[in-house]
Design a protein around this ligand. Structure first.
Ligand SMILES: O=c1ccn([C@@H]2O[C@H](COP(=O)(O)O)[C@@H](O)[C@H]2O)c(=O)[nH]1
Length: 235
């Protein structure tokens, strides 16, 4: 059994600030962080992101992917929000990751600096879906390739599925922060997620954090759903 402490990020995917606040309050005893992302920020704006995130650990999942100059400048624009974690796409390339690293270092004091996390291969893709993008090597090879690129250029950690955790730990050790979406409690619908595992399996495989959205937000009792996931993580 792994002695790693795996924590829960609750993904609050909604356009509605009041709904996001209700969910944030409901899950806060059980989730160590909340995720706000594209759906919420585009609809509600960054003032609302700040409001919901006040007093909480924020996983700001914007998955930045643009030319290096634009990604660096975008991160500079986020400095007033102070997320604990911030995502970029590793497939943006080495120069883009380097620009993101530099922007984090220059725009945030050491105490407020977010963990820079690189998305490897989206958990909604399997080998066939990845092949449609022109990458024929399979998900595992591509995750390891992009992980190496991202970590070499300053990312603090990676977004991957739980299926790649063992290979990533074997290759890169304990230091990178590994965060896994695509988590489904046993029996829950996978939806659009292709590479899924249960919370307990992800913990055993070496996740630092798991990200769970719809199994919490679509539950009849989101607080109870978050509590059950946290209990599974606690073993
Ligand atoms: O590869 C990725 C990267 C990010 N996500 C995000 O995680 C949550 C998962 O939500 P569920 O409802 O539990 O499927 C969602 O906010 C995604 O944007 C991901 O799923 N996969």
């Amino acid at each position: 059994m792994s002695d790693r402490r795996t924590r829960l990020i609750a993904a609050l995917d909604t356009r509605d600030p009041q709904q996001a606040m209700r969910w944030a309050n409901a899950v806060s005893p059980h989730a160590a962080a909340i995720k706000l992302g594209l759906e919420f920020a585009y609809a509600a704006g960054f003032e609302a992101v700040s409001d919901i995130a006040a007093g909480r650990e924020l996983f700001l999942d914007l998955k930045l992917h643009d030319i290096p100059n634009t990604v660096g400048a975008a991160i500079g624009s986020l400095s007033r929000i102070s997320p604990a974690m911030l995502t970029i796409h590793a497939s943006g390339g080495a120069a883009m990751v380097t620009a993101a690293r530099k922007a984090c270092d220059e725009n945030f004091s050491a105490e407020r600096r977010p963990l820079l996390l690189a998305v490897t291969v989206l958990t909604s893709l399997d080998d066939a879906g990845l092949a449609e993008t022109g990458v024929q090597d399979g998900v595992r090879t591509q995750v390891l390739r992009l992980a190496e690129l991202a970590l070499r250029n300053g990312a603090n950690g990676l977004i991957c599925s739980a299926h790649e955790l063992a290979a990533l730990r074997a290759e890169f050790g304990d230091a990178p922060v590994l965060i896994t979406p695509g988590i489904r409690p046993r029996g829950a619908a996978a939806g659009d997620q292709k590479r899924v595992m249960t919370p307990g399996e992800a913990r055993e495989a070496g996740a630092d954090w798991i990200v769970v959205g719809r199994p919490i937000t679509e539950a009849s009792d989101p607080q109870a759903a978050a509590a059950a996931i946290a209990a599974e993580l606690a073993g």
